[in-house]
Design a binder for this molecule. Structure first.
Ligand code: ADP
Ligand code: MG
Length: 226
């Protein structure tokens, strides 16, 4: 039987700030099935980034469990978490986070390099994923020679290159104009139609409308899941 791509139960996160304790997550639970496309929504300070960094294995919950692809990853150490990130997760950020000195092809191939994939094979895969995002004519360009939308396409291709279990996106259209945002959401939608599991944080209802499901946070709790 297929297990959900992402399943978390009673996740809490408390940040210690000197004597003060900030309860960023107060017990959130959800299951994201394989191939689903979720938007995580909520007002500023509701816990969206905290949840995404736990789902992205960049941080650990204070309590609760998190299963990624059926494996409990909530208590793993730093090395194991970075290995999980490399093998199972693809990240897309608001600010694209491309390496400026590298070409589009080299940026897309970067996670494959870290995985030890031979150069010839990673170059071939980079070209393949550049074509998936419509950048086949830009392989030798550097990020500064691309528009914002093209930079985000390159970042999405990089996220896809390792065939991750889940793609995590944090405000992926936050730095883009409306028309370009729609282009990027069409690309996410097409990846969803190809069976990719996508979890996207956004505070914009128009952008969340492109997702298939919505998880709304309020004050560190799930307000609704629809
Ligand atoms: P959102 O992304 O929805 O705006 P966050 O997850 O960033 O919300 O923050 C949730 C709460 O946790 C906020 O009150 C925020 O101030 C607090 N918080 C977030 N990160 C930290 C941190 N590293 N240290 C202390 N408090 C934090
Ligand atoms: Mg945030």
């Amino acid at each position: 039987m297929a297990f959900p791509a992402v399943e978390f139960t009673d996740l809490t996160k408390v940040y210690e700030m000197g004597a003060e304790r900030v309860h960023a997550l107060r017990g959130v639970s959800a299951r994201f099935e394989q191939g689903s496309f979720w938007a995580i929504m909520g007002a500023s300070g509701s816990g969206k980034s905290t949840l995404l960094s736990i789902l992205g294995c960049l941080d650990r919950p204070t309590s609760g469990t998190y299963r990624l692809g059926g494996e409990d990853v909530s208590r793993l150490g730093d090395d194991a978490l970075s290995d999980i990130r490399l093998r199972h997760l693809g990240f897309v950020f608001q600010s694209f986070n491309l390496v400026p000195q590298l070409t589009v092809a080299e940026n897309i191939a970067l996670p494959l390099y870290y995985q030890g994939v031979p150069e010839r094979e990673s170059a071939a895969r980079a070209a393949e994923f550049a074509a998936v995002v419509g950048l086949e004519g830009r392989l030798g360009h550097r990020p500064s020679q691309l528009s914002g939308g093209q930079q985000q396409r390159a970042a999405i291709a990089r996220a896809l290159a390792t065939d991750p279990t889940v793609i995590l996106a944090d405000e992926p259209t936050g730095n883009l104009d409306t028309a370009t945002s729609v282009e990027i959401m069409k690309l996410f939608r097409s990846l969803h139609e190809r069976g990719k599991t996508i979890v996207m944080v956004t505070h914009e209802p128009d952008i969340a409308g492109w997702a298939e499901r919505r998880l709304v946070l309020r004050d560190g709790l799930v307000k609704e899941a629809t």
